[in-house]
Design a protein around this ligand. Structure first.
Ligand code: ADP
Ligand code: MG
Length: 242
């Protein structure tokens, strides 16, 4: 592949446990994703999707193999350098929205900028812009308890985008949403990839979202078995979304 703007995972192994209980979760796993596209990583529960995502995020160490994100070899970096890299370049969206209940939407969204040391006033302004981008400008002063699941996930998307990261990593972002809200979330993620020219990686086993993918990597038992490179190909292999 070789593009410095992508994700490149090469022959990664990862096992959990010790001795008799040791089990290989990733087995010579090779995977890639490019900027400007929404890449979906799909596969049955337990096949290793979250493990692979965590390794790409730099929050989990691979046993061996190469992990390159935006031209940087994460597997060769010191952990404080990885943490800095993550704060600057990566945004995260999870199944659970992970918002702080005592903070307003705008305050929640400003957190990544505040952590990076930006002045609060600047962070708050950027947070409001990000909330407008997910169509929640009018909810900036709401606390999570006053918002619906779909709105909360859009706040989480605003928080993931507020520092304008190049890479957005999403783990089952629609799993706790109904299909209408799930579609809204996927539309925003697709828009982030296409309009903002970002790399969006969505781990999912929610087949209602397959039509939003530009590219799909199918995982089973710790390996990528097949990569479908266009939405046409995805539709051909998953005609009813299954
Ligand atoms: N920290 C851990 N310790 C031990 N086993 C783990 C750990 N994390 C994941 N696993 C195991 O690795 C396998 C893959 O998990 P995971 O990557 O979460 O799968 P997926 O996200 O595809 O459902 C599962 O069998 C899971 O139990
Ligand atoms: Mg998972």
């Amino acid at each position: 592949m070789g593009t410095s703007l992508g994700i490149r995972v090469q022959a990664v192994n990862k096992s959990f446990g010790r001795g008799e209980a040791r089990t290989a979760v990733l087995k010579q796993t090779t995977f890639s994703a490019e900027t400007g596209r929404l890449t979906m990583l799909v596969g049955p529960s337990g096949c290793g999707k979250t493990t692979l995502l965590s390794i790409i995020a730099g929050t989990l160490h691979a046993d061996d193999g190469e992990i390159e994100v935006l031209g940087q070899r994460l597997d060769q970096m010191k952990s404080n350098a990885v943490a800095k890299f993550r704060a600057k370049n990566l945004g995260f969206i999870f199944q659970q929205f992970n918002l702080i209940p005592t903070l307003t939407a705008a305050e929640n969204v400003s957190v990544p900028l505040v952590i990076q040391g930006h002045p609060y006033r600047y962070a708050e302004k950027k947070a409001r812009d990000a909330l407008a981008w997910v169509d929640l400008a009018d909810h900036a002063n709401f606390r999570p308890a006053k918002m619906s699941g779909g709105q909360l996930q859009r706040v989480a998307i605003a928080r993931a985008l507020v520092h304008d990261p190049q890479v957005i990593l999403c783990d089952e972002p629609t799993s706790s949403l109904d299909s209408e809200n799930g579609q809204q979330v996927m539309e925003l993620l697709r828009k982030a990839a296409a309009q903002r020219d970002r790399m969006v990686l969505v781990v999912t086993h929610d087949n209602r979202t397959y039509r939003f993918a530009d590219r799909m990597a199918e995982m089973e038992d710790g390996r990528i078995l097949r990569v479908l490179d266009t939405q046409e190909e995805i539709r051909m292999h998953h005609p009813l979304g299954e």
